[in-house]
Structure formats: structure tokens, C-alpha cells
Design a protein around this ligand. Structure first.
Ligand code: 0X9
Ligand code: ZN
Length: 425
């Protein structure tokens, strides 16, 4: 069970609020500093303690970014409230431990700082998998691939983000025959701070396009890969707030921006695990597909719905393969087929162990997810993969883990491709 990260929003009484500092993405905007912020791990032993903890948290204006059935809750605690929170928890006899002493240090050490210009001269692009790259490097790589391998790669601009960045899907194919092949869809970067997700999506693109040993994967299957579905959020998480999750659209509440793209898809939109509060990290938006990112993505997928047989969305963290439905603990009639394929895929992993099961049951009910929507339009195999780790670093997985995670994951695609190849378009 992934631990639960609760953002302790320090109210104006306590001055600095990390999310309140996230107004305009402009020259004047200050990056959010997590200097002195701690992550506390709290174990609740009973419903009574759970209730008390909720009350304490609410007293300080807390927002839940995740709720699940875990007994462990994680709080991001601002320096100004550490002392008072300690007193409150001790009074309530709730045990806690300090998991991260200074979040700023962990964030700072999480990514490599090396300059990629020498790599660029050697290879024609700036991508590698030893650090988390900015969007310019990722998009530069996609353009490089499209111009270097025109017979294998098509770069499709499917729309524009709220802040006018292009939304790219890479189609990877082998022109061996003119028949329409069954296809796999993979997306990354729905949630901005889950950096391992675009890293894996770009790694998969590289393996499929540039590694001749993987050519067989293109014989009977086409691939549509969108490495960064939420580019505005992704850039914002690099430049201003490492823990940003949502899009960057302006909401009715001027000081709170963004919609959770994974609550904005049009199946059971607005149900359990979603919020009507624009300041919430699970804000569902004003309507299904209100966000240009989810709108463009869903339109593109709908246009290819007869050929896309498998929908895979990459998130972090928790090491789990989640199967619809996620809006509630409800099982599709072909759940056993979906379970069997997921189990066989994760059996390929040798370094990391993944749990497999119903999304709402093993995480928490959350409606408006992309996985549920994909399933609802008839894509038989639809999964959310929550990548590494299991909570030691969570979203802040250090860059040294990128290659191990990617290398472990890639062989699972053999299993998916083999299944998809058998399906009729
Ligand atoms: O809450 C989410 O959107 C996903 N977890 S994350 O930590 N990456 O934010 C889980 C989504 C599972 N799918 C559905 N509930 N539909
Ligand atoms: Zn996510």
C-alpha cells in the first residue's frame, strides 16, 4: 500500500504557503522553496486516532492529495507548524516519525545538474536517462527521432496545452504492410511531479526506435506514445514547485490554479475521490475534458479507438498495476482477462515487485481517471502503472533510479505486444 501524502498547507497565519506562491508562470514568479519542510510519517492505530488526526490536520488547513486505506499517513510539514503539530500529536497519543528532515535537500539531490551540451554535439539531441530532463530536451529528442527515422517515426501534434505548448504523440511503426495494425497506447506525465513517468515513456520510445534488437516489437503492432500529457505542469514542477501535480489552467479561485487531469476524463466524472475545490490537488475541473490536454488526448484516442487495443498510463508511485474500474470497487465483466495479462506482464520484472489489482480496491476510489475512460470507450486492456518506488522517496525518486526502473520495465512490453498482436482491428 502506498503511503499517503497529505499536503499540510500552512495558512497565512503561518506565512509561507508553498502552493499559494504559485501564481503566474512569469518572470516575477518565485520558485517555491521547501527549505526546512519535513515529511512526517504517521501511523494511526484505530478509527479514533484517524479521526483525531483528521481534526488536527484540518485545523491547519490541510489538503489531502491522496487517500487510501493505508494506516500510514504522510504529512508535509512546514517549519512554522512543526512545533505545534508535535504538541498536538503527542497530546492525542498519535505516533509519528520524521521521514525526511529537510525536503529541500532531497529535492536538490534528486536530479543531476550536468550540462548536456556536449552530449548534444555528439548525438544530435540532449536526452539521456541519467537525469530528469526539461521539456525542451524531451521535445528536441522527439523532433530528432522524427527527422532521423522518418520510416519508423511520425511526430503528431495533437493540440496545444493551456499555456500553448504543443502536445505530442509519437507513432512508431514498421511499414511492412499496408494493413492497419492493432496498436498500443502509452502516456506519461499526466501528473506533473511524477518525473519517472516521462522518463520511462521516452526510454520506451528510444528502445523501440533506436535499438535494432527490439525491431520485432514493431512487426505486428503500432505504438502511440505521448511522453508528456501535461507539459505545463511538468515544466512548472521543474521551474517553480517540485510537488506540482495538476495542469496550470486558471480557475474560478485566482490564487489556485490547475485541474487534476486524472479526475477530468469523461467517465463517471465528478464521482468519488474528486473535489469541486479549485485549490484541491484532485480538483475535477468545471466539466469533463475542461482541460485542453485531456480534451486533445481523448479526441485523438477516440479517433483511433478501433485500432488501440491496450491503454497504458504511467504514474508514480507505489509499484502497482491498477486495473479498472477505479471510480469505485467495481469489476468489469472481463476483469479476469485484464488481471491475467497484467500479472503476466509484471512477472517480467526482476528488480521491483509490483502489486496487481483493482485500482479502487488497492489504491482508493477516484473517478474521472484516464484508465476508466479508455476502458469505457471499448479499449479492452487498460492499466495505470504506478512506478517506483514504494514510498522511500515517492515522487522524488532520485535520478540514479531512472535506468534501473526503465530497464526492469521494458521487457513487460513483450507480453503486451504479443497479446495485442493477436487482436483483430
Ligand atoms: O490518484 C490517481 O490519479 C492515481 N494515483 S497517483 O498517485 N499517480 O495520483 C491512481 C489512479 C487510478 N485510476 C483510477 N482511479 N481511475
Ligand atoms: Zn499520478
Amino acid at each position: 500500500m502506498p503511503t499517503l501524502l497529505v499536503l499540510l498547507m500552512v495558512s497565512s497565519v503561518f506565512t509561507a504557503d508553498p502552493s499559494a506562491a504559485t501564481e503566474e508562470f512569469g518572470i516575477d514568479e518565485k520558485a517555491v522553496s521547501y527549505s526546512g519542510f519535513q515529511v512526517w510519517s504517521i501511523t494511526v492505530r484505530s478509527n479514533g486516532e484517524h479521526k483525531l488526526l483528521r481534526q488536527i490536520i484540518e485545523q491547519y488547513g490541510v489538503e489531502r492529495t491522496k487517500t487510501d486505506k493505508a494506516a500510514i499517513t504522510e504529512l508535509l510539514v512546514a517549519p512554522q507548524v512543526q512545533r505545534v503539530l508535535k504538541v498536538k500529536l503527542t497530546e492525542a497519543d498519535i505516533s509519528y516519525g520524521i521521514k525526511i528532515n529537510d525536503l529541500h535537500t532531497v529535492i536538490d539531490n534528486g536530479n543531476e545538474k550536468h550540462n548536456m551540451s556536449s552530449l548534444n554535439t555528439k548525438t544530435g539531441h540532449s536526452m539521456d536517462w541519467t537525469k530528469y530532463h526539461r521539456l525542451a530536451d524531451i521535445y528536441g529528442y522527439l523532433n530528432y527521432l522524427a527527422s532521423t527515422y522518418p520510416s519508423r517515426v511520425e511526430l503528431i501534434n495533437i493540440g496545444t496545452s493551456y499555456e500553448k505548448r504543443p502536445l505530442y504523440v509519437v507513432r512508431i511503426f514498421n511499414r511492412s504492410s499496408s494493413v492497419v495494425k492493432p496498436a498500443v497506447w502509452i502516456d506519461g506525465g499526466i501528473h506533473a511531479r511524477e518525473w519517472i513517468s516521462p522518463a520511462l515513456a521516452t526510454y520506451i520510445i528510444r528502445q523501440l526506435v533506436e535499438v535494432p534488437a527490439n525491431e520485432a516489437l514493431l512487426c505486428n503492432v503500432d505504438w502511440f506514445i505521448m511522453p508528456v500529457m501535461n507539459p505545463d505542469g511538468y515544466e512548472y514542477s521543474h521551474a517553480f514547485n517540485r510537488l506540482w501535480r495538476k495542469t496550470r489552467s486558471v480557475t474560478s479561485w485566482t490564487s489556485c490554479r490547475g485541474v487534476d487531469p486524472n479526475r477530468n476524463f469523461g467517465y463517471k466524472w465528478g464521482g468519488l475521490g474528486t473535489s469541486t475545490n479549485p485549490c484541491s490537488d484532485v480538483y475535477k475541473g468545471t466539466r469533463a475534458f475542461s482541460e485542453p490536454e485531456t480534451f486533445a488526448t481523448s479526441n485523438f484516442i477516440k479517433g483511433k479507438a478501433s485500432s488501440i487495443k491496450l491503454y497504458l498510463t504511467l504514474h508514480s508511485y507505489g509499484q502497482a498495476a491498477l486495473i479498472p474500474w477505479g471510480y469505485n470497487v467495481v469489476y468489469p465483466s472481463d476483469y479476469s482477462d485484464m488481471l491475467e495479462l497484467a500479472k503476466s506482464a509484471v512477472s517480467k520484472f526482476t528488480k521491483y515487485r509490483y502489486r496487481v489489482g483493482n485500482a479502487a480496491a488497492i489504491y482508493y476510489p477516484a473517478a474521472g481517471g484516464s484508465d476508466d475512460w479508455a476502458k469505457s470507450i471499448g479499449i479492452k486492456y487498460s492499466y495505470t502503472f504506478e512506478l517506483s518506488d514504494t514510498g522511500a522517496y515517492g515522487f522524488l525518486l532520485p535520478a540514479s533510479n531512472i535506468l534501473p526502473v526503465c530497464q526492469d520495465f521494458f521487457p513487460a512490453l513483450d507480453v503486451f505486444a504479443a497479446k495485442v498482436a493477436t487482436m483483430k482491428v
